[in-house]
Design a protein around this ligand. Structure first.
Ligand code: ADP
Ligand code: MG
Length: 225
């Protein structure tokens, strides 16, 4: 589902941030990205839907990610950003969840019913007409996830999705993710959440993947509790 070879990237004002990343994710597989702050996890993930484009090969669902394929790639890759504020910008939760569908040309009535269905699945139906900015951080996160899931992506990327969630909220999110059939890439510092939601993990260090393997083994090997 994802194939990356020798990916290298530096920001305009930074030294090298990705130093030759090789990475594979199979259909339906769920992998965690672990590693210190600043090791390049977010920068790497942003290449998978073409927000950033470095040197090397990035393929999603057999499509090479380039400027020419961005639209197609973004239909396949759902990205839940670390900060939900970057994802919610309309006056109501329902409109935010409908936004991507409308953008894809789905008729308004159909977009509305699909969005409501997704809000119900995430226990957010009663928030449909609320202003996203007035929700708690955990509710904002769920609303942002609803807006991504409603697009039926083939790959779901979540960047530190447990930030601001309380322990029951984290467990609920894990249970919800485990019911989703698509391939998932989960960036997290929460080792228990990683174990609960993924079978494999890749450990990032200074823009390289030091090791990958079963999530528990990687956590143990790097003492990442
Ligand atoms: N927009 C940016 N401009 C310049 N440097 C950046 C930018 N975003 C991240 N970096 C740098 O790239 C490195 C990797 O950051 P990041 O990918 O966010 O790491 P992680 O997600 O693992 O914490 C860090 O040194 C960070 O300072
Ligand atoms: Mg990050």
């Amino acid at each position: 589902m994802i194939r990356v070879r020798d990916l290298r990237y530096r920001y305009a004002d930074s030294g090298p941030v990705l130093n030759g990343i090789d990475f594979d994710l199979k259909a339906g597989e769920s992998t965690a990205l672990l590693g210190s702050n600043g090791s390049g996890k977010t920068t790497f993930a942003l290449h998978l839907n073409g927000i950033l484009q470095g040197e090397g090969e990035v393929e999603v669902a057999t499509i090479r990610v380039t400027t020419a394929t961005l639209e197609e790639v973004r239909r396949k890759v759902g990205f839940v950003f670390q900060s939900s504020e970057n994802q919610l910008f309309l006056p109501t939760v329902l409109e935010d969840v409908m936004f991507g569908l409308l953008n894809q040309g789905v008729p308004a009535e159909q977009a509305r019913s699909r969005a409501m269905e997704m809000l119900e699945r995430l226990h957010l139906a009663s928030y449909a007409n609320r202003n996203p900015f007035h929700l708690s951080a955990g509710e904002k996160r769920r609303a942002a996830i609803a807006g991504v899931l409603v697009m039926s992506p083939e790959v779901l990327i979540l960047d530190e999705p447990t930030t601001f969630l309380d322990p029951p909220g984290i467990r609920e999110l894990a249970a919800m993710l485990n019911q989703l059939p698509m391939a998932k890439l989960i960036i997290t510092h929460d080792s228990r959440f990683a174990i609960d939601t993924t079978t494999r993990a890749s450990f990032f260090d200074k823009g390289r993947i030091l090791a990958d393997g079963p999530t528990r083994d990687i956590i143990q090997r790097f003492d990442w509790f």
